[in-house]
Design a protein around this ligand. Structure first.
Ligand SMILES: Cc1cc2nc3c(=O)[nH]c(=O)nc-3n(C[C@H](O)[C@H](O)[C@H](O)COP(=O)(O)O)c2cc1C
Length: 177
């Protein structure tokens, strides 16, 4: 797939076979993450956790469900891998790069997943829940000052990608000349 085909074929995948992507596939996805643009080139402000531990993922889903009062809640859709993108978090409104950097890393990984025929879905909700769970946070063993910002669920899927037609009026757009 070329770049445009990837962009127009990408969609959120929310059903997974449970089978783990290969090591080579995960390496390629990580390389796509490392190729992402990063504000001021501050690569050392970012951290990627590749969570493959099914027990951890199940406890994260349970914690998210408990916070929302939902039983049998599966916000990770049975994906066997969760890439968690964390950043140092300055906490001052003028420094707006942290979340943006993490989102861009996640989108690079999502487009790489499409090109490999793997399923992927951006996950922000469960990361909000994770940030309220000290035990789960400590198990990530992040460097001091790093905060999980977002994640990407990844895995094999039986769903197939096809280029989609996107409505031109989907978002308000104004051209100033
Ligand atoms: C910032 C952001 C947060 C998102 N969080 C979640 C999430 O927590 N769970 C989920 O299932 N999808 C999540 N999504 C996926 C969106 O729901 C999805 O991109 C949107 O509905 C459009 O569908 P598409 O990705 O198939 O084009 C998120 C997407 C973005 C960009």
């Amino acid at each position: 797939m070329n770049g445009m085909e990837c962009i127009f074929s990408r969609r959120s995948i929310r059903s997974y076979t449970g089978e783990m992507p290969s090591g080579a596939e995960l390496d390629q996805i990580l390389r796509a993450v490392y190729a992402a643009p990063v504000g001021m080139g501050r690569y050392d402000s970012l951290h990627v956790t590749v969570v493959k531990n099914p027990d951890y993922l199940a406890r994260l889903e349970a914690a998210a469900g408990a916070q929302l009062g939902k039983e049998n809640y599966h916000p990770l859709y049975g994906a066997p891998v969760l890439l968690i993108f964390s950043s140092v978090f300055p906490g001052i409104p003028t420094d707006n790069s942290s979340y943006s950097n993490c989102a861009i890393l996640s989108q690079n990984a999502a487009l790489a997943a499409v090109s490999l025929g793997l399923g992927a879905c951006h996950i922000w909700g469960a990361i909000r829940a994770l940030n309220k769970e000290p035990q789960l946070l400590s198990e990530l063993n992040l460097p001091e000052g790093f905060v999980p910002c977002c994640a990407l669920a990844l895995g094999r899927t039986q769903e197939r990608y096809e280029e989609r037609t996107v409505a031109d009026n989907r978002m308000m757009t104004r051209t100033m000349e």
